[in-house]
Design a protein around this ligand. Sequence first.
Ligand code: PEP
Ligand code: MG
Length: 319
Amino acid sequence: RAEQDWTHRHDAAITRDGHRVAVAANLGDTARAKEVADAGAAGVGLLRTEFMFMARRSAPDLTEQLALYRQAFDALEGKPLLVRTLDVGGDKPLPYWPMPKEDNPFLGVRGIRLCMQKPDVLETQLRALLMAAGDKPLRIMFPMVADWSEWCWAKARFDIIQAEVQATNVQLGIMVEVPAVALNAAVFAEEVDFFSIGTNDLTQYTLAMDRGNGGLARLSDGLHPSVLRLIKMTVNAAHAKGKWVGVCGELGSDPQALPLLLGLGVDELSVSLKRVPFIKAQVRDWRLSRCRQLAEQALRAVDAPGVRRLVAAAQREPG
Ligand code: PEP
Ligand code: MG
């Protein structure tokens, strides 16, 4: 099916046996929020706010951020906005924020670890978000959480500001992109409202393969059974507590990953804006019952090519 075919973009993403998933859009820029409804997306499933902070001489202040988030909420007309708080450090430096050089930036002070060194930056961002939201559906998540203490710290910052601003329709979650969190997801599921699985980093950290290293690109595949197993653990832990799980990494855009993510129970896929109609159409091609069988088989495969062969064979089955 042509990826360019947007004809049925407004039809629901519902499997042939009646299971509905949300397909949302990944954005790096609030200006593009006005395109979300026309692409048929359920909302924004990942706003990467670091782009608002990069390529500037200083961090955007409260007023500037408020204007940007308001622009997004106005354009979304009631659809949810899921915002990831600033995820810089390591390979994503900020010119006005001196960071010591690290030997292993992907294993260094990045994401929430970096924000803990500059609490005022996170607090300003949270304040602007909650002020802009009012009663509109806002979801906030923290990047690169690995340790319980990081969640507790970030949650405490949120609670202080929310007590002052009192936005009324907010959910708070974390990215699951470090294996430690997936392995211990039951503990986090008690407290978060949702998880969003960042398969780009989760794959990198599970397989110990740098996501930017071209020499490893062929082997570094999110359909590796070990990554799938971590996704399963995350979903099961979340659902046991009535929480929802999204996938916002590249794997969510992969047609061969799609039946497995559905079969593992993922509730939302967030993909690039231009790919939303294609992924919704893919969902409509599958039965959840078949996806569940495939996911069970995939977990027993020895490697990612084995998983891909399994899905490829299922894709050739007559409908
Ligand atoms: C991820 O790690 O999968 C993710 C969505 O975050 P980023 O690609 O921005 O690191
Ligand atoms: Mg990431």
